[in-house]
Design a protein around this ligand. Sequence first.
Ligand SMILES: Nc1nc2c(c(=O)[nH]1)N[C@H]1C(S)=C(S)[C@@H](COP(=O)(O)O)O[C@H]1N2
Ligand SMILES: [Mo]
Length: 577
Amino acid sequence: MHTSSKSFAVEPLRARLSAADDRICLNHWMPPQQGIAPRIRIGRRWINTLWGLPIAAAALLCLIALAQSLRELPGVEAFIQQHPGIAQGAPSVDSGFPWWLQLQHFLNMFFMLFIMRAGLQILADHPRLYWGRDCTPGTDWFRFQVPVPKGRVWTAKDDSVTLPTWLGIPGLRHTLGLSRWWHFSVNLLWLINGVAFFALLFSTDQWRRLVPLTWEVFPAALSTAIQYASLNFPVDHSWTRYNGLQQLSYFITVFVAAPVSIVTGLMQSPAISNALGWFGRLFNRQAMRSLHFISFAWFVGFILAHGAMVFVTGIRENTNHMFGGVDNVSWTGFPLFVLAMAILTIAWLLASPFTIRHARLVQRAGAFTIGWIMGLAESWDPRSELTKHDISPYFWPNGTMPDSKEFDDLVTEEFAGYRLRIGGLVEAPQELSLADLKAMPKQEQITTHFCIQGWSGVAEWGGVAMRDILALVKPTPEARYAVFYSLADGADGGRYYDVHKIENMRHALTILAYEMNGAPVSVLHGAPLRLRCENELGFKMVKWIAAIEFVHDFADLGAGQGGYNEDHEFYGYRMPI
Ligand SMILES: Nc1nc2c(c(=O)[nH]1)N[C@H]1C(S)=C(S)[C@@H](COP(=O)(O)O)O[C@H]1N2
Ligand SMILES: [Mo]
């Protein structure tokens, strides 16, 4: 090993980092790419979900005809007489719709607008869903992208699709760095609102309207369904009690769909999934992502149906309840409902243009609101390892490949001249050849890779533990971060780099990998050396490592955000979630 007396000259590497725009500039951004209409796979056939629209319309007409003829039958009429719609045994609510319920209902709508649109934007970055923990092409059950092209390198970034700016936040393509800030920080507000809602629900009599307490709710729901479908609506007593169908659908939304969304959302995180051990392995990221989407689809269906019912079952009474807090046919609630809708519309119209224009601000505000909470998960040392049996047959490649004579020469000579330079705030700077690294103790681990875009894959990695590197170079007490410089540039020009807290470097599974699945790491996956830091998202695992520099602060590197994607794509530099 060659120990030089002073730290390596970082200047040439630092000078290759580039500044970045503080907003999305379309002339620098990924060129747009349209997806396709969503498709669902049944067996080996892919079905276009747009068929669902005429089928649903036809089914609705048949349902109306069926319900109307059913109601001619004396047996059915007797059933409806016996179960008029509200479970007779259900207790009633005496406090109407109090102001806090109205306020929370509005806030919920407001937050959901951001959460759902931003969530869709995240999905568009890997527009496919799977049940298995790997993302092998062809095993997806849902996609709004064409099949993965064969015979060429097709990275996960190539696969991302454009969303219109009125739909996603902020729309466009590969903007999940920004949509994640919206998704997570508004989620925090939604969660606080939800916890307060649960607390108020159960400390008053309001829970009685929502929670079915008798089995009668099922025949009552069937009866209400027949009555609605026959277009001869049941009498409404929402002020005190919901009918069976309302009660069941609201109950599922509040007590099933919302918690399922939260849990399945969190379990897509590398730090949380790894911390949960066997539970995280059993309920793998892709299954959780699929459930998260199904729960999203429930919310979409609920909002459409609920919204339509508000209009057709008596807009004045309904808005008086939820926006006016009165039980009559006056015009108290309706203007407030219109005002609420106006606020929602303005927020809807502004969200994307604001995010595009003030991307850096959204990144900063997001990191301020939620980044530090997300960052807490970094303190968990991931120990979750899988078995050879779990290794994915396919591992998506990602990122921007090296494109330089310097790198091509290294490949030609099989990295004989490669030197890993380690310097900065260390006592013993090093220049290590691959042979030097291979002479150090080798650590092997089978772990899941979690890409921020949504795909995951399992591989066996072999290399040198970062703890051993730390022992060798001895970072000084001032060293707080490790900067990884790549041999490759990023997509928008300038060197790819990323910054980690030094604590992450001490984790048991943080290694510099030179082997993948028992063979030398391929050029595609980061040869000769790439980082594995298992409690972080994939973009933090720099491939084609040129050098590691220990620093006290990273504000003077690149655009100062702690990494290439942080600078150029507005990610957070701490991303264990
Ligand atoms: N130098 C460099 N390293 C990089 C990237 C990149 O673009 N350049 N992409 C990152 C991202 S986003 C991911 S998900 C992983 C992908 O690693 P893989 O190609 O082995 O799957 O590498 C990370 N490391
Ligand atoms: Mo990634």
